[in-house]
Design a protein around this ligand. Structure first.
Ligand code: FEO
Length: 400
């Protein structure tokens, strides 16, 4: 295999996963994902994170191809989620003298997932480790993405090993560095990775970005996706925007519909929004479009209108799954509209309103509920709901 270097003595060890359909067994990855690990070869040798367990044999082979029969001195664990910690146990078995480097929260995860580590080095914010020429500094960034998460900064080469932060879905199809790639491909995948995986922890992401501003970072090497070395602002500005809930003028309309009546209400609302000059309108059928993509758009656009038919006195199950996922993510700062339909007893809109109470987004209009086919009075209500949403968006001076 090619040896890919970040610096004279720093190697990229990455694996492309084009087999897995669902990341974390939840999120679709039609374009795959990469698991990136890094090897620093100096007087001492350090490995920064590992890879998902399916790739262990090739991973160990690649390491041996670089260092021969030298031993690895340190395994730096920036993050313990198994897509990065999957090779910890095999690495410990192959290099029994290795010291695991983590913070006070790391080693409990190692023990609960794998085994009690024998040699450990507990590091703290600003702690440094000299490999004999390459000097590393550690900074914790809790909840980006787990409690134990930290980053490792190579002070010698100004490289930030950032873990999940600034990572992306999408395999590395030949190109590994940002200047080797047409980034259009990653525009959606990096946002979806952020919104799906880290999006719940926006305030933590903001804190982490502020905490790292004092570092003179010239390269960012995440555990997924491209290595950023030519235009760091490309990724930093996006992360800053997304994690500050900075949305644009637009509306997502999602509906669950069995016989088409709820869908018709969605179409009326969408058309009226367009007549009011709203250009970013995305209409989704919750039974077809995975929540991964809808949540991604919620981080893009400020308006969210959700509709559901009644289903066994409750809302439509696929809408319920979506709304539960949104509650988990808890994105802030949205305008909300609610509508729905029923045949006999209702239950859709009533339960959508429970979501509205929990999520605490600004409800722009009273909920609308039609019985059966859409008729003139509820058609007019749909127009009013769309107008109320358009009024809010057009008057909002913070929106582009
Ligand atoms: Fe890529 Fe949170 O692991």
């Amino acid at each position: 295999m090619h040896q890919i270097k970040l610096a004279d003595n720093i190697y990229f060890l990455g694996f492309n996963d084009r087999r897995t359909h669902l990341f974390e067994n939840i999120w679709p990855i039609p374009h795959g994902v990469s698991y990136n690990s890094y090897l620093i070869v100096d007087e001492k040798i350090a490995l920064v994170d590992t890879v998902e367990q399916s790739y262990v044999d090739d991973y160990l082979g690649q390491i041996e191809g670089i260092i021969g029969d030298r031993k690895i001195d340190y395994l730096i664990i920036n993050h313990m989620e198994p897509d990065h910690s999957g090779a910890i146990k095999p690495i410990m078995a192959k290099y029994p003298g290795i010291t695991l480097v983590g913070n006070k929260k790391t080693f409990g995860f190692v023990e609960s997932f794998y085994t009690k580590p024998t040699n450990t080095l507990e590091v703290y914010d600003g702690h440094t480790l000299d490999l004999g020429g390459t000097k590393l500094q550690f900074q914790t960034i809790p909840m980006v993405h787990w409690p134990e998460t930290m980053v490792t900064f190579d002070e010698t080469h100004n490289i930030l090993f950032s873990g999940d932060a600034f990572g992306s879905y999408g395999t590395l199809d030949g190109g590994v560095f940002d200047d080797e790639i047409n980034l259009d491909f990653y525009e959606v995948e990096i946002m979806r990775y952020f919104t799906n995986i880290v999006g719940k922890y926006c305030p933590h992401t903001q804190r982490a970005m502020k905490k790292l501003t004092h570092l003179d970072i010239k390269m960012i090497a995440a555990t997924h996706g491209p290595i950023w070395r030519s235009d760091l602002n490309w990724v930093l500005s996006r992360y800053d925007k997304w994690s500050s809930y900075n949305t644009e003028k637009g509306v997502i309309i999602v509906y669950g519909s069995m016989y088409g009546n709820t869908q018709k209400m969605a179409e009326v609302i969408a058309r009226q929004l367009a007549e009011r000059g709203i250009k970013n309108i995305r209409v989704y059928d919750a039974s077809k479009t995975h929540s991964s993509y809808i949540i991604n758009d919620i981080f893009k656009y400020k308006g969210f209108i959700v509709g559901s038919c009644a289903y066994n006195n409750a809302m439509f199950p696929n809408v319920e799954i979506l709304l539960t996922t949104i509650e988990h993510m808890a994105p802030k700062n949205h305008y909300l509209g609610v509508f729905g339909n029923y045949a006999w007893n209702g239950g859709g809109v009533k339960n959508l309103m429970k979501f509205a109470e929990k999520i605490k987004w600004e409800l722009v209009h009273d909920p609308i509920e039609e019985k059966g086919a859409l008729k003139a009075d509820k058609f007019e209500e749909c127009i009013k709901l769309a107008n109320a949403m358009a009024d809010k968006l057009l008057a909002d001076e913070d929106l582009k």
